[in-house]
Design a protein around this ligand. Structure first.
Ligand SMILES: CCCCC/C=C\C/C=C\C/C=C\C/C=C\CCCC(=O)SCCNC(=O)CCNC(=O)[C@H](O)C(C)(C)COP(=O)(O)OP(=O)(O)OC[C@H]1O[C@@H](n2cnc3c(N)ncnc32)[C@H](O)[C@@H]1OP(=O)(O)O
Length: 228
């Protein structure tokens, strides 16, 4: 769910839990589309469950039907979470990610676009993301900003973790269409300082700044990269 700038090839097979997986990109794309289709319907289910007013008996019948579907999905499962994988073309996939995971109905999902100044994303948040009445939960705002800021800091060419994240909630963020923007303010060694915001049609609702750190052990040595 992330558009990709060019990424230098790395020779290492797996780095810090990021798993090198040589599934060809067309096969990754095909499977991702299948799982995204399922997640889209599950997302509809979440919204429908929150907002349903059908009677109790119907709720119980639907629950029983859904339990059967869960059993069918459980027929073949990964042993743990989906993780992050990438192939030799640096096609990365993190289908369980809480913010952008294609297979994760909890993720809005955010579709992050890299632009000249950093990253942006347009997203529509519905009833599943509510905190105060009609407004986005503050933790959800922080989660989405953390992700887009992390992606901005890493620019898909290095791995960065959130070190410190500071939020300023200027006014309530209404559920509905929103725009997130993030850019790098400055860098100091392994520290990347990122600023970001969420805005609705009337302007900025949340501002954030954060320090994202490239862990020493995950640093990609430019000498290790090849252009072949
Ligand atoms: C490699 C190939 C991979 C290919 C993969 C391709 C694509 C990837 C695709 C998808 C990626 C998916 C998702 C990623 C995107 C977004 C995710 C959102 C971000 C997150 O959700 S991420 C989870 C939450 N995050 C954590 O779980 C961090 C836990 N923590 C740690 O892992 C360490 O704690 C760490 C790394 C933070 C530091 O560890 P460290 O050992 O490197 O740090 P060290 O002590 O050496 O300090 C070095 C300098 O940073 C300063 N410093 C240290 N800590 C600081 C802090 N907290 N705040 C501010 N400054 C700090 C020092 O003061 C010093 O500064 P100075 O040099 O000036 O003295």
């Amino acid at each position: 769910m992330t558009s990709r700038p060019p990424f230098p090839e790395v020779s290492a097979l797996s780095i810090g839990g990021f798993v090198r997986d040589d599934t060809p990109t067309p096969e990754v794309d095909r499977r991702e589309a299948v799982l995204a289709s399922l997640a889209g319907t599950v997302r509809e289910l979440v919204d429908a469950a929150i907002r349903t007013t059908v009677d109790d008996g119907e709720v119980h019948r639907i629950r029983d039907d859904l339990a059967g579907l869960v059993d069918r999905l459980r027929a073949s499962q990964l042993p743990g979470p989906a993780g992050v994988r990438f192939n030799g073309e640096m096609r990365a996939w993190n289908w369980g990610n809480a913010v952008v995971g294609a297979a994760n109905a909890i993720a809005p999902p955010l579709e992050v676009v890299h632009d000249a100044s950093g990253c942006h994303a347009d997203v529509v948040l519905g009833a599943a993301y509510e905190g105060p009445p009609g407004l986005v939960h503050g933790g959800v705002s922080a989660m989405l900003l953390d992700h887009i800021m992390g992606v901005t800091a890493s620019a898909m060419r290095r791995t960065t973790f959130t070190g410190t994240l500071t939020m300023r909630y200027r006014r309530g963020t209404p559920l509905g269409p929103l725009r997130l923007e993030a850019s790098i303010a400055r860098e100091e060694g392994r520290k990347v300082f990122v600023v970001a915001s969420i805005a609705d049609a009337d302007g900025v609702t949340v501002e954030a700044d954060g320090i994202f750190i490239e862990p020493a052990g995950l640093r990609i040595d430019p000498q290790e990269q090849t252009s072949a």
